[in-house]
Each structure stands twice: as C-alpha cells, then as structure tokens.
Write a protein that binds this ligand. Structure first.
Ligand code: NDP
Length: 251
C-alpha cells in the first residue's frame, strides 16, 4: 500500500464513479487515483474500516471531491439493496458516469473434483451474479450520464482455463460473457461503453494468496496500473467497446 499521493489533474472532473471492492488492492488505488483526477468516488465494499481509511486518504488529497462510502456485502446483497443504491445515487447526483466492477473472491485453488459446492456458489455470487445485479440496477442512471463507462474485471484464467483455479476461473469466463452480451445490447442503443480488463499479476493480498512463494517486490503495484484505469474510465477511451483488454497493453 503506497502512501504516495496519486498525480492530481482533471481527467475525470465532475464524473461520478462507483468502484466495488474499493477498500483494498486495485480498487483502493483506483478510488484514490480517480479522486485525484477530480471524480466523485462512491466506495462500495464489505469492510467499513477499510473504506473509511480510503475515504480519509481521499480527504487528504488536494482538491479531490469528497468520497461517498456505501457498505455492501456482495455475497448477501439483495435486489432491494441494489435498488436503494441506485435510488440514492440518482437522488444525490442525477447520474452515474463510471462503474468499475473490481471486487472478487479468489477461493482456494482446488481440483474441481474436490471443490466445495457452497464455496463455488459464494464465488459465483460475488464475482458474477452481483456484477449482473448491480449493473442491472445502475443502467438507468448510467444512461443518464451521456458518456458512461462500465469496466468488468477479468483475469488471464478467465480467458484460458487453468487447472485448480476452479470457480474463480469459471467466474471470470462468465464475466467476459456478461461484458460481451451487455456490450452488444448497448452498442447501438446507448452511449455507455463496456469493456473487460485483465490487470495482470499485481502486488495485492489476492495475488499473495494465490502465489504465496512469490516475491511481491517483483510485481507491479496497483498504483503502477492507474494510468490505464484512468484512461478507461475517462473520455479518451470512447472508441473502446465490447473488448477484452489487458491493462499492461495500455501502459
Ligand atoms: P484484493 O483481494 O486485494 O481486493 C479485493 C476487494 O474485493 C477487497 O476490497 C475485498 O473486500 C472486496 N470484496 C471481496 N469480497 C467482497 C464482497 N463479498 N463484497 C464486497 N466486496 C468484496 O484483490 P485485487 O485488488 O488483487 O483484485 C482486484 C480485481 O482484480 C479482482 O477482480 C481480481 O480478480 C482481479 N485480478 C487481480 C490480479 C492480481 O494479480 N492482483 C490479477 C488478475 C485479476 P475486503 O478487503 O473487505 O475483503
């Protein structure tokens, strides 16, 4: 976790951007980087203290708009929760300019034969079903924005299956499918641009859980990726739609 202030600017000036899993890892870095570029960031996550820490870090940035904390556990959230969230954003801001689906569960790396069914269901719920439900609830206010972005977070194991990656890998394939279906539906009917991103190996808690023997110092930090995230959330990426992108290719 870096204490270095992200570069400030006005790339995302006046944009309202919701980030899931904003309390840690890549989501935390995206929240800070977006706020530093002028966005009003809605921090969604399940651990209140982590989001408060991100809120405070944003508050300490020069000229960054105040963040909004929205606690929500994506494993247990219901239709009512998503509707209430959409209504609250609509009432307060009148639109939503960006939605970064970033929260995910990794689970254990286990052969399919031994993969616990309840764990499978939890991972699919957080990584896929919640992204669908959240997107569905927020589409009306994303359409009100005029130039909104939806980014789904995938992984290399969501593009080519790999032994033992179980529900996580399958959930990322489903994430790609969700992105493609939505992008096709919106291509000619909306100004919302929809893509998926693979951040690549990044120095976070999730990566350390998957590769405990790896030297984290050998990996890029979440902050290193932020120029690509900002580009994809900002006005310059308008021409990208329905694509499975690699963050590293954009840096
Ligand atoms: P982290 O584990 O560091 O952060 C994940 C975030 O998701 C945390 O803030 C976590 O909250 C949140 N989250 C998990 N479950 C829930 C839930 N039920 N409800 C709400 N929030 C939840 O992961 P990364 O930053 O590494 O990963 C970010 C994204 O990038 C993920 O989609 C991941 O699959 C993807 N990715 C990461 C790679 C890497 O090398 N790091 C490589 C490829 C893809 P809490 O902190 O409270 O647990």
């Amino acid at each position: 976790m870096s204490d270095v202030h992200p570069p400030s600017g006005n790339l995302l000036q006046d944009r309202i951007i919701l980030i899931t899993g904003a309390g840690d890892g890549i989501g935390r870095a995206a929240a800070l980087a977006s706020a530093a570029q002028g966005a009003r960031v809605i921090l969604l996550g399940r651990t209140q203290e982590k989001m408060e820490a991100v809120y405070d870090a944003i508050d300490a940035l020069p000229d960054a708009p105040e963040a909004v904390i929205h606690p929500l556990d994506l494993e247990s959230a219901t239709e009512d929760h998503y509707r209430e969230l959409a209504d609250a954003i609509g009432d307060q801001f009148g639109r939503l300019d960006g939605l970064l689906h970033n929260a995910s569960l990794l689970g254990n790396l286990t052969p399919l034969q031994y993969f616990p069914a309840d764990r499978w269901a939890s991972i699919m719920q957080v990584n896929v079903n919640a992204a669908f439900q959240l997107t569905r609830a927020l589409l009306p206010i994303l359409n009100l924005a005029g130039d909104a972005r939806i980014l789904f977070t995938s992984s290399s194991v969501g593009r080519k299956g790999r032994a033992y990656w179980g529900a996580y890998a399958v959930s990322k394939f489903a994430t790609e499918g969700l992105m493609q279906v939505l992008a096709d539906e919106l291509a000619d009917t909306s100004n919302i641009r929809v893509n998926s991103i693979n951040p690549g190996a990044t120095r976070t808690t999730m990566r350390a859980a998957a590769y405990p023997a790896e030297d984290p110092g050998s990996l890029p930090t979440p902050e290193d990726l932020m120029p690509a995230y900002l580009y994809l959330l900002g006005p310059e990426s308008r021409q990208l739609h329905g694509q499975a992108l690699n963050i590293r290719d954009l840096l």
